[in-house]
Design a protein around this ligand. Structure first.
Ligand code: PMP
Length: 412
């Protein structure tokens, strides 16, 4: 999925939208290169959250008063905005969750658990985040099903032929990431979802790292479930979306019980609201979704194609620049990548590197990135990771490289 010919954004125009980017860290201007961990928030998102609390704080769905109506309309308005952002057919196909982790668990417990039996399998890939591994292990354990793993190559690309060969009749669901949070690899999700569909296998795409970087269209991807998390796409933490085909949401039993998800409760039994409300028990993160709606509007306003083009150019620049650092090896060299660069430097611990870079004002992540199996594949305990966003600049990449050269001298 290449960004095509979209015109890159001018960072000088978008950076002022993000108040935090102008702060100093340890006396140096902040260089924030940890957007795959959580993205920075533009002023419009901060204002939307503030506006909810200061002007129309009320619970949704239950109040008939003016504030309640305003809160409900802002919260449900976010569902509309996110429907368009994902390219979904109808707003009722979106379950609002606390994030990707919650969304995948919802599918695991509500869709997979009742269907799986001994001898069945779930297929994932080596490059999955723990959020797309552990829920499947938990339901596999309870049902006697097995987890199978489709391999990747040294460049960090899924071996697509193997993935397709592994879609045998015992496989009931395949879960794969759209973009790897460690390698940046963009998986050919349309092709993978089609292969699943042709075999009657449900597919779940983890879009956590795709939503901030790529134009999305769940209908053309053709999967059964697509999940995103708000905090990586300029929105608040504690927000996310499960998009699902309506026939699945109809058939799935509720996962959580409580208020707002029912039609009628009596001690003889309860009937449930229609999807998506059947899956949204309790008071939701109203402020968070007001913010996420504003975030999706902001990103769409900039243009996801332009965001992708901007980041692609920055990725190329950063890859080239980092490759000049003596002893540095980039982990993840897929042909199709989003702006995530994991790397190792000979003789330098990733954690020490990230700690020292912080003192230079440069924020990168180090660790296993919630992807132990992927670290095992590469035979390393951790990597350093610089993850870029459209608000980063070439000058910041230069600052990263200069800081690496400086701290490596001290660490070796
Ligand atoms: N999947 C991927 C690919 C991720 O990068 C992350 C967040 N690091 C998650 C899942 C988990 O998402 P959440 O923060 O919503 O729990």
């Amino acid at each position: 999925m290449k960004p095509g010919n979209a015109k890159p954004l001018d960072p000088a125009q978008v950076r002022p939208d993000f108040p935090v980017l102008s702060r100093q860290v340890h006396g140096k201007p902040l260089v924030y290169l940890d957007s795959a961990n959580t993205g920075q928030k533009p002023r419009v998102v901060i204002d939307a959250v503030e506006g909810y609390f200061s002007r129309f704080n009320a619970n949704v769905a239950r109040a008939v008063h003016q504030l309640g109506e305003e809160a409900t309309s802002a919260y449900e308005g976010a569902r509309d905005t996110l429907t368009a952002f994902l390219g979904a057919r109808h707003r009722d196909e979106l379950v609002l969750t606390s994030g990707t982790t919650m969304a995948i668990n919802l599918v695991a417990y509500s869709y997979a658990l009742p269907r799986l039996k001994p001898g069945d399998s779930i297929l994932v890939t080596t490059m999955e985040h723990h959020a797309n591994i552990v829920p499947w292990q938990l339901v596999a354990e309870r049902t006697g099903a097995t987890l199978k793993v489709a391999p990747i190559n040294e460049s960090g690309e899924l071996i697509v032929d193997r993935f397709i060969e592994m879609l045998t009749p015992d496989v009931k669901l395949a879960g794969f990431t759209h973009v790897s949070n460690v390698l940046g690899t963009i998986n050919p999700v349309r092709q993978l979802a089609r292969a699943c569909r042709e075999r009657g296998i449900a597919s779940l795409v983890d879009g956590s790292q795709a939503a901030p970087h790529l134009p999305l269209d769940v209908q053309s991807i053709g999967c059964d479930f697509y999940v995103i998390t708000g905090h990586k796409m300029a929105g608040p933490t504690g927000t996310g979306v499960l998009w699902a085909r309506p026939e699945h949401l109809e058939a799935m039993p509720p996962f959580f019980g409580g208020g707002d998800m029912i039609r009628k409760v009596s001690f003889d039994g309860t009937t449930f609201a229609d999807p998506p409300h059947k899956f949204e028990a309790g008071t939701p993160n109203i402020a968070g979704f007001v913010g996420l709606g504003a975030a999706a509007t902001y990103l769409s306003g900039l243009g996801m194609d332009r965001i992708a083009a901007t980041e692609q150019a920055l990725l190329d620049y950063a890859t080239e620049a980092l490759q000049q650092v003596p002893g540095l090896r980039i982990v993840g060299q897929a042909a199709h990548k989003a702006a995530v660069i994991s790397f190792l430097i000979d003789g330098v611990q990733s954690h020490d590197l990230a700690t020292m870079l912080d003192l230079e004002g440069v924020a990168v992540r180090s660790g296993h990135h919630c992807a132990h199996p992927l670290m095992d594949f590469y035979g390393v305990p951790s990597t350093a990771r610089a993850s870029l966003a459209f608000y980063n600049t070439r000058e910041e990449v230069d600052r990263l490289v200069a800081a690496i050269l400086k701290v490596c001298k001290l660490l070796r």
